[in-house]
Design a protein around this ligand. Structure first.
Ligand SMILES: Cc1cc2nc3c(=O)[nH]c(=O)nc-3n(C[C@H](O)[C@H](O)[C@H](O)COP(=O)(O)O)c2cc1C
Length: 330
């Protein structure tokens, strides 16, 4: 039976798999986004990944042209398997001095899906709506979820425990349940959704979509160091540490990368939120250059390969798991 996604905004309907390839700082570049969209899931990147040198044409503008042209070409050649739409992530934090300019560029390109992080603002939602886009705002608890919808976001990304990069601490089951008590709009769930079984569980819990990042680090298209990709392939949940030290926000990181930087991942001090900085000069201190983010779900990643292979694997697992459970209820 086809999936009923008629309650979702048009941009989120008809995906091959109900999934978003989540935005990854530094790692998500047009090559990866295009591969994700062609494979049939929403591909996303942070606007801040597109950094031009001083005085040069905005790289974000160039990237958005490249993505749109490549997806248009794909759609003309593959009318039966059109690409999924893409999303751009905006860090809505006072230290992001490019925000206004980036919003204008995204509105000019009529970006279909806008993902906002670290602050819900009415003007950002209005900019997205002015060009027909939808906004998904990421949150780590029910209070932030309510604020985001009050300020005009169309949907939510619930970032639960075990997610890569900045992550919450709440169980996905608790978080989705609390949100679903008052919100029936688009809801994606983030945190260790690295298998088709986990994606099915997210749907069963009440989410519309899975939101997956870390497995895509170990892909040919990802802009990541070969050692980083290897660490993802070799790691599992026990190799992840939750810390606020590196950005001022709590997040999950690979313990081995912390060790390589000369620190003990099991004895890290905490940092205060005032150390957050998402400006153009968002450079990590030298000792932290190689601190690598990852969620707990990487045990499912067995090799480095094309992004499409992850989508294919998850699609097969999703179908098999769905059929198995359906048999129980038939
Ligand atoms: C290395 C890394 C960088 C990330 N950068 C961003 C970012 O710039 N913006 C953002 O909204 N989320 C970012 N995230 C969070 C992801 O979008 C998403 O919530 C997470 O990857 C999902 O959990 P998973 O990695 O377990 O699949 C990042 C995650 C990782 C692992």
């Amino acid at each position: 039976m086809p999936r009923d996604d008629s309650h979702l905004p048009h941009a989120l309907q008809g995906l091959r798999l109900p999934m978003i390839g989540s935005p990854l700082f530094i790692i998500s570049v047009p090559k990866l986004v295009i591969a994700q969209c062609k494979a049939g899931i929403v591909g996303a990147f942070p606007a801040l990944n597109a950094r031009e040198a001083e005085g040069e044409h905005p790289l974000l503008d160039t990237w958005l042209t490249e993505i749109r042209e490549e997806l248009d070409r794909h759609n003309q050649e593959n009318p039966d398997h059109p690409a999924a739409p893409y999303a751009v992530n905006q860090i809505v934090h006072r230290s992001n001095g490019r925000l206004e300019r980036d919003l204008e560029i995204c509105a000019k390109h009529e970006v279909p899906i806008w993902i906002t992080s670290l602050g819900a603002r009415v003007e950002v939602n209005e900019a997205a709506h002015s060009c027909g886009g939808i906004v998904l705002h990421d949150i780590i608890n029910n209070t932030f979820a309510r604020k985001a919808i009050e300020k005009g976001a169309d949907g939510l990304v619930a970032v639960a425990a075990g997610a890569g990069g900045h992550a919450g601490q709440q169980s996905p089951f608790a978080l989705v349940r609390e949100i679903r008590e008052w919100f029936d709009g688009p809801l994606a769930l983030s945190g260790s959704i690295a298998t088709g079984e986990a994606l099915l569980a997210a749907r069963a819990a009440g989410a519309d979509l899975g939101y997956t990042g870390s497995p895509f680090i170990a892909t040919d298209e990802a802009n990541a160091d070969a050692d980083y990709k290897k660490m993802i392939v070799e790691g599992g949940a026990e190799d992840i540490v939750y810390s606020s030290l590196f950005t001022g926000v709590w997040g999950n990181y690979l313990k081995d990368s912390v060790r390589k930087a000369g620190m003990d991942p099991d004895n890290l001090p905490t940092a205060d939120a005032s150390s957050m900085n998402f400006g153009q000069d968002r450079e990590k201190p030298k000792a932290w250059k190689t601190i690598w983010g990852s969620g707990q779900g990487i045990g499912a990643v067995k090799s480095v390969g094309p992004a499409s292979a992850i989508v294919d694997r998850m699609a097969e697992e999703y179908l098999a798991a769905g059929r198995k459970l359906a048999a129980e209820f038939s």
